[in-house]
Design a protein around this ligand. Structure first.
Ligand SMILES: Nc1ncnc2c1ncn2[C@@H]1O[C@H](COP(=O)(O)OP(=O)(O)OP(=O)(O)O)[C@@H](O)[C@H]1O
Ligand SMILES: [Mg+2]
Length: 351
């Protein structure tokens, strides 16, 4: 029987005109890459379902733009929840559109299309059924073979970590659907902790906070923009005039929202992340703790872009904290990097 290494080597035979396509099916943003070009698509993981025509009318960026401003017969759908596929058909439809918009520009309209090999990440907490859904979804959109890798291994590689070395590293991927805290090394994940209170849930916390404090109802996108635009850990007080709907009479109402409001609203979320990192370190064997204390923690994912987050985490954790510079594409870049050595890559594939 062929093992994974054999299979991977076999499909990489030079006369086989294959095409490796990399997928990071993020809760907020789907990333697609091909080897020589790098990331060729980054679009929101959103669709707009039109119940009149019983089909999807909007996908990606356009679907996110219409959030909160659709007629009754259009519903915005998010096929990935907490890092896993929650609506299979919607996800397949979305991926098909994304392929047409990106990969097909490179494969062209040849009569004989190259064989497409899909390489994707899945969160550590994904069950076998959830992993299978990713595989089936990618096969359905035309991949002839699909390989899966645990996400933290790709993320750490993208952040410059050698996951094959025997020196453990702690990496925190602060994404839209998941906060994945992982200690990686020796070709695998030594231990990990996943929180679902990530970027998306933070938007809801902001919604509730503003609703209770100022008596206005904000749209989902407005809440996300407050987090992106004014939240910071540098005590820089930014103020934005935000428009919503008054709770009293349903009419438009403007209020001034400050950075300190958003900090207060999300304090408990960030404390949970810090506690999660502390617990992960505390539960590690002494040799690992010693190395982690020396090396510090790497932050990546969308939330790692918040100004001053590294210093804030450093003060709370009492160890060095670094933000990955290519935070937007860390995972998918890592995935590309991992495939450059077929032998080592085949050892980390999910069987
Ligand atoms: N500059 C910023 N400041 C604060 N938050 C940000 C910033 N940029 C992006 N985000 C948030 O980061 C999240 C998206 O991050 P990312 O692209 O890493 O998620 P994802 O990979 O789609 O999700 P996941 O890996 O959890 O499935 C969103 O919640 C978004 O609001
Ligand atoms: Mg991600």
């Amino acid at each position: 029987m062929l093992n994974l290494t054999d299979i991977f080597k076999k499909i990489k035979l030079p006369f086989f005109a294959n095409f490796e396509i990399y997928f990071d099916l993020g809760t907020s943003i789907t990333k697609i890459a091909i080897k020589d070009k790098g990331v060729i698509l980054r679009e929101p993981t959103f669709l707009g379902y039109n119940s009149r025509i019983k089909d999807y009318s909007f996908t990606g960026t356009e679907a996110k733009t219409i959030l909160g401003k659709t007629p009754d017969f259009i519903k915005v759908v998010r096929p990935i929840v907490s890092g896993v596929i929650s609506d299979f058909d919607a996800e397949v439809f979305l991926l098909q559109k994304f392929l047409e918009r990106s990969v097909y520009l490179y494969t062209g309209n040849k009569t004989i299309k190259p064989m497409m090999i899909g390489i994707a990440t899945v969160p550590t907490i994904a069950t076998e059924i959830e992993q299978k859904a990713v595989k089936e979804g990618l096969l359905k959109i035309g991949m002839s073979q699909v390989f899966l890798v645990e996400k933290p291994l790709a993320t750490a590689t993208g952040a410059g970590v050698n996951i094959f070395s025997h020196e453990p590293t702690l990496i925190a991927d602060l994404g839209g659907g998941l906060i994945e805290l992982s200690i990686v090394g020796s070709s695998g994940i030594l231990s990990q902790k996943t929180l679902r209170n990530a970027g998306d849930q933070m938007n809801k916390v902001i919604f509730n906070y503003v609703y209770l404090k100022y008596g206005i109802i904000l749209g989902e996108t407005t809440c996300e923009n407050l987090k992106i635009d004014i939240l910071n850990f540098k005590n820089t007080e930014k103020i934005v005039v935000t428009r919503g709907k008054s709770l009293e009479n349903g009419l438009p109402k403007s209020v001034k929202i400050k950075s300190s409001d958003i900090n207060e609203a999300l304090r408990s979320n960030f404390n949970q992340i810090i506690d999660g990192i502390k617990e992960l370190i505390e539960s590690s064997p002494p040799e690992v703790v010693d190395e982690l204390m020396q090396k510090g923690v790497i932050l990546t994912g969308g939330l790692s872009k918040i100004t001053g987050i590294d210093k804030f985490f450093e003060d709370e954790l009492k160890l060095n904290v670094y933000c990955s510079d290519k935070y937007e594409n860390t995972t998918i870049n890592g995935l590309i990097k991992l495939t450059s050595n077929v032998d080592s890559f085949s050892k980390i594939l999910i069987a």
